[in-house]
Design a protein. Structure first.
Length: 186
């Protein structure tokens, strides 16, 4: 195991201890920072979860930045390639994205195996040219419940408006995972 893997596991453990270890009565199981970048308003975007599976690319730790991997498909050919690359098992996109109006965002993150994540919202911050994806627990923890301190895979495929490509979109921030990383779009 490389030092990067160990650091990722330590970071996830700290996140799970602080975010999931308390009692469920606080109700704070969602993202930690939902505010837009300073000086900007940001706007909520329509999105559709095309897929959510417990998988990630076999080379996740090599391609991920801050334990998050992001790729974009703007057409059917790239969509099918990324579907296979990210190890998704279900039949690709039912229904498939409307390519004239949408793009597909492939997002792989780590999660606790006992506390699966879900996408809570998507926002675009024009000032920072950042797409902000908010994730959180699928369900609120009950009194005395805690998440296990392990690192399991989760890949989301999201359909988002194609108009983002015309707004000089440059990065994705994932809010609700360790460090709320900002990943440049390459």
């Amino acid at each position: 195991m490389t030092s990067r893997h160990v650091l990722g596991l330590v970071a996830l453990t700290l996140l799970l201890v602080t975010a999931c270890g308390g009692s469920g009565s606080s109700g704070d199981t969602g993202p930690r920072d939902e505010s837009p970048a300073p000086g900007s308003v940001g706007r909520e975007l329509p999105f559709r979860v095309i897929a959510s599976e417990k998988t990630w690319p076999p080379n996740f730790f090599e391609i991920a930045q801050d334990d998050v991997a992001v790729r974009i498909a703007a057409d059917q050919k790239v969509f099918r390639e990324l579907w296979g690359t990210f190890g998704l098992q279900a039949e690709p996109g039912t229904p498939e994205p409307s390519w004239d109006q949408s793009v597909a965002l492939f997002l792989a993150v780590g999660e606790s195996s006992s506390c699966p994540l879900t996408v809570k919202g998507v926002r675009f911050d024009a000032a920072s040219r950042r797409l902000i994806v908010r994730v959180g627990l699928q369900r609120e923890l009950g009194e005395g419940e805690a998440c296990t301190a392990d690192l399991g895979p989760r890949t989301f495929v999201l359909e988002v408006p194609r108009s983002l490509l015309h707004e000089d979109w440059q990065e994705v921030q994932v809010v609700g995972v360790s460090r709320n990383p900002v990943i440049p779009i390459s």
